[in-house]
Design a protein around this ligand. Structure first.
Ligand code: PNS
Length: 159
């Protein structure tokens, strides 16, 4: 059984994240989408809200499960017996940070291999940060995020 982790903040999950998950499903027996708890980053949605949104939007993918993780990614990879960590690469600008993180994780644990998957080009400019900004200013985010997320953003941003 080959398991991969797909970690991230997912605040909130976008169509780009979902595209990466759908690609990873074709390569591994099991994908564990892991929502990172980061006390230093202020988030729009709670960890539990993000987990539930991910579960909803991955409902059509039976080999995907969603978990929350605290602490180091390499520890989560060990705990979930994952042989790889998946990260999405949208553009060259992502590369430096991702490369640093992949090398650091492999130094912390030589069993932690990172695999990069590229989403469709039409998702290459998407970011959760931008989507939150558009939603908070009353813009239409429906082309960029799955329907449950559109609804959640509408509710959260109308407060
Ligand atoms: O979606 P993001 O915010 O780009 O995801 C970043 C994430 C959560 C994958 C990264 O911050 C992470 O792995 N955090 C866990 C803490 C950790 O292991 N830090 C060392 C990595 S070099």
């Amino acid at each position: 059984m080959r398991t991969a982790l797909y970690p991230g903040s997912f605040d909130p999950v976008t169509n780009g994240h979902l595209d990466v998950i759908e690609r990873a499903v074709l390569l591994f027996d099991k994908i564990i989408v892991t929502v990172a708890v980061n006390e230093e980053k202020s988030a729009l949605f709670s960890v539990e809200e993000r987990r539930l949104m991910l579960e909803k939007v991955c409902g059509h993918l039976p080999t995907v499960t969603v978990k929350v993780f605290h602490g180091l990614l390499v520890e989560a990879a060990k705990q979930f017996r994952a042989c790889a960590v998946i990260r999405g690469l949208r553009a060259v600008s992502d590369f430096e940070y991702e490369f640093q993180m992949a090398m650091m994780n492999r130094t912390l644990s030589d069993k932690c291999e990172t695999l990069f998957l590229m989403p469709k080009p039409e998702f290459s400019f998407l970011s959760s940060k931008m989507i939150k900004e558009i939603a908070s200013l009353g813009g239409d985010v429906s082309p960029f995020v799955p329907e449950p997320v559109v609804k959640a953003l509408r509710t959260r941003c109308s407060r």
